[in-house]
Design a protein around this ligand. Structure first.
Ligand code: 13P
Length: 278
């Protein structure tokens, strides 16, 4: 059952849990993530990048036949341009992120408004971003210039009409190369007090669990996870490939990769508190 983000995240925020959102890249990652969600009765958000829209759109539609009751949000992650959002919606996505976070405020707002307008027309939800979540390879002092300003976030959420808002409060995408992040909770609390829509935390992988718990209690209702899924898949595949006969048995390697993803996803569902929610 394909659903938009809106009510799912509102309910999560109200009740103090979050939905982890997993980056998926092929049918194996889609299957692994869905199996865990069904078994744990956790609603699910699947994240696809722009170049993967066609592949993931078709793969998810096919996989959903196995899990007709599982609430799934198929979400475009970091859509950077209007045509990308249109393409995702055309491929059956139920939700899109429009990321104009590197643009000046007025341009970010204009782009986001255009996407909100077409998404609304077809019942699709929209995530925007204000402030800019960078890469784990950046030094935190560089990141500090791009943290979300609470007043700006409030204005942006109201003016754009987004269903949820990604904010920069100290996390980053990919491996943290300068040690674990230190979330700016005073900033997050100020944002959560003023912004009415649920908040989204990007760069989930590598963030210490106690900081994630505190972020969820403060108002984060969606946590994006990509690196953990990719790392698990590659490690599982590699381990099987390096075992006896593994180098010629592709299906055995893929099965091991799926198994490793399953374990990583289970840990995230537990951490976010999204089990038994449907
Ligand atoms: P990580 O790769 O750090 O988990 O970040 C994922 C993300 O935020 C995708 O939008």
């Amino acid at each position: 059952m394909l659903i938009p983000l809106t009510e799912l995240l509102q309910e999560a925020r109200r009740a103090g849990w979050a939905t982890p959102a997993f980056n998926v890249a092929n049918s194996d990652t889609v299957a692994a993530v869905m199996e865990v969600a069904q078994e744990a009765r956790s609603p699910l958000i699947l994240l696809a990048r722009g170049p993967d829209i066609d592949l993931i759109g078709g793969t998810v539609q096919a996989a959903m036949r196995r899990f007709p009751r599982l609430p799934v949000v198929l979400h475009l992650d970091h859509g950077r341009a209007f045509p990308e959002a249109v393409r995702a919606i055309g491929h059956g996505f139920s939700s899109v992120m429009v990321d104009g976070s590197i643009l000046p405020y007025a341009e970010n707002l204009a782009l986001t408004l255009r996407v909100v307008e077409i998404a609304r027309a077809v019942g699709c939800s929209v995530e925007g971003e204000i402030g800019h979540v960078g890469a784990g390879s950046d030094h935190p002092s560089r990141q500090a210039h791009h943290l979300t300003d609470p007043e700006e976030a409030t204005r942006f959420a109201r003016a754009s009409g987004v269903d949820c808002l990604a904010v920069a409060v100290g996390t980053a995408h990919g491996e943290y190369q300068h040690g674990p992040p230190q979330l700016d909770f005073l900033r997050l609390e100020a944002i959560a007090r003023q912004v009415e829509v649920p908040l989204v935390l990007h760069g989930g992988s590598g963030t210490p669990p106690e900081q994630l718990h505190r972020a969820i209690v403060t108002g984060v209702a969606k946590i994006n996870v990509a690196t953990d899924v990719r790392r698990a898949f590659i490690a599982g595949f590699r381990q099987a490939a390096e075992g006896p006969g593994g180098d010629v048995d592709l299906n055995r390697c893929l099965k091991a990769a799926r198994q490793a993803v399953t374990e990583a996803v289970r840990a995230w569902v537990e951490l976010a508190g999204s089990a038994n929610r449907f």
